[in-house]
Design a protein around this ligand. Structure first.
Ligand code: NAD
Length: 497
């Protein structure tokens, strides 16, 4: 339970010293060109810090030190329990600095402080702890083979892993990648989004304090350029990316053009939330539908951005969703009572506004649709609900903002067809009082995660794999399956005679 008040957080924010340097080879560094970019808070448009704009020389330096750490086995060669101890120390340090990191994340992204203290930072800590604990529990195989042979299958770290991540959950999305990658012995280069670089830089310093050997964990802030350079680099063995489908495709091309590094992609979504007429609890479903699109300002890859409602209950259900949306009144993100903060930056704000305009042309605006708190210099939007046809632009394209498209359907087949008629396949949900129907629909939904009579549950459980079908990506974050991405399988065959 966080006891700090709005005024406490504002005072802390005003006096905070913010680090903007990259972290390479165990030390903070300016970009070799000395170039920086301004890190602007979407809360009020204030410049928080100038951050190193890493370029080719910095990426080369990060790759070289990461490679050296891997070749010398300074990390991969440690006993598993010693690697575990370092990761657990790091997790403990991040927990100790929870308020500082939550404040950085809120200032940088506009996320409510109540969320960054209760979700973003603790979930990242839990993720690191979970993979640390797994280090000495996951072994290889001794496989059945001819009698004169001993067959071993072992997992080895892939080498140098680049993690390129987005801005919506900067610390957590990064942790989903670096925690399993480091646990199995890789060196990591983290490239945070230019919209949210601050927590990455800070946790690198804490990693150093926790005892990682130099070069094992590096951070190279900047925009697309360092990301592209990592994707093209011959010294990178694997690139794990979370972000847009467009960038994911570009990264895959870079890998194909260079060294065929392994490419793992967690991409966009346009997730359907289907409410059948026998939904067991319409009030709970309406609240869940609102949370699914308005939590984190809709900047969630699994946002339930398409609400598919049966014609018989549509009008009553929309009224309940509109009522539930009132819980998301935009306010100052440092106020612990606020549940809806600012949109991450002007570019994203204008992008969402353009979709709202498209929604006005193609559908019926039910509620919201306007900017608010403009006098603050920040980027705030009302929670917005449209009723549209399935082929409307806002029902097809990922908006990544607080805009819900409600779509009517006639029967279960119709609902499944509309739900699956998308290039994405990240998540989906179905609400029904009949478990047979619900399971049958769940099976037919082409998505990596499906909820029955809920939305978003299990998000905090590390045991569920997370990822997409179709153009929502490949591979899975979270769970032991994530180790598949950061290890090579080796068969060792011993001839006894
Ligand atoms: P983005 O693709 O614009 O950027 C993601 C990262 O890639 C950033 O660090 C960016 O600097 C970098 N980048 C940009 N161009 C690059 C290039 N050509 N080569 C290499 N790197 C490049 O995405 P975003 O706007 O930061 O994030 C929003 C997107 O992320 C949404 O589409 C959302 O659905 C997706 N997302 C997916 C998941 C998931 O797990 N599936 C989670 C969160 C966000």
């Amino acid at each position: 339970m966080n006891q700090k008040t709005f005024s406490d957080w504002r005072i802390e924010a005003a006096v905070m010293q913010i680090e903007g340097r990259a972290f390479i080879d165990g030390a903070p560094r300016h970009a070799s060109t000395e170039k920086t970019f301004p890190c602007v808070s979407p809360i009020d448009g204030r410049v928080l810090a100038r951050v190193a704009a890493c370029g080719e020389a910095d990426v080369d330096a990060a790759v070289a030190t990461a490679r050296r750490a891997f070749e010398t086995q300074s990390w991969a060669g440690m006993n598993p329990r010693d690697r575990k101890a370092v990761l657990l120390r790091w997790a403990a340090l991040i927990r100790e600095h929870r308020d500082e990191l939550a404040l950085l994340e809120t200032l940088d992204t506009g996320k409510p402080i109540g969320d960054t203290t209760a979700i973003d930072v603790p979930a990242a800590v839990q993720c690191i702890e979970w993979y640390a604990e797994a280090i000495d529990k996951v072994g290889g195989e001794v496989v059945p083979a001819d009698h004169h042979l001993v067959g071993l299958v072992t997992r080895e770290p892939v080498g140098v892993v680049a993690a390129v991540v987005p801005w919506n959950f900067p610390l957590l999305m990064a942790a989903w990648k670096f925690a399993p990658a480091l646990a199995v012995g890789n060196s990591v280069i983290l490239k945070p989004s230019e919209k949210s670089p601050l927590t990455a830089v800070r946790i690198a310093q804490l990693a150093h304090e926790a005892g990682f050997p130099p070069g094992v964990f590096n951070v190279v802030p900047g925009g697309a350029e360092p990301g592209r350079l990592l994707a093209l680099h011959h010294g990178v063995d694997c690139i794990a990316f979370t972000g847009s489908t467009r960038t994911g495709k570009a990264i895959m091309e870079c890998a194909a053009k260079s060294n065929l590094k392994r490419v793992w992609l967690e991409l966009g979504g346009k997730s359907p939330n289907i409410v059948l007429p026998d939904c067991p609890d319409l009030d709970r479903a309406a609240k869940a539908a609102a949370d699914a699109i308005f939590f984190n300002m809709g900047e969630v890859c699994t946002a339930g951005s398409r609400l598919l409602v049966h014609r018989d209950i549509k009008d009553a259900f929309i009224a309940k969703v509109v009522a539930a949306a009132r819980a998301y009144e935009p306010g100052h993100p440092l106020d612990p009572a606020v549940t809806m903060g600012a949109i991450v930056d002007r570019i994203q704000f204008e992008r969402v506004l353009a979709y709202i305009e498209a929604g006005r042309r193609e559908g019926r605006l039910v509620t919201g649709g306007a900017p608010v708190r403009e006098e603050t210099g920040g980027f705030y939007l009302q929670p917005t609900v449209f009723e549209v046809k399935p082929d409307a632009t806002i029902a097809r394209e990922e908006i990544f903002g607080p805009v819900l498209s409600v779509i009517e359907f006639d029967n279960v087949d119709d609902a499944v067809r509309i739900a699956n008629d998308t290039e994405y396949g990240l998540a989906a949900a179905v609400w029904s009082g009949d478990l047979t129907t619900a399971h049958e629909v769940a099976r037919r939904l082409r998505a990596g995660t499906v909820w029955i009579n809920g939305y978003g549950e299990g998000g905090g459980e590390m045991s569920f794999p997370f990822g997409g079908y179709k153009q929502s990506g490949n591979g899975r974050d979270k769970s032991l399956h994530a180790f598949d991405k950061y290890t090579e399988l080796k068969s060792t065959i011993v001839r006894l005679r």
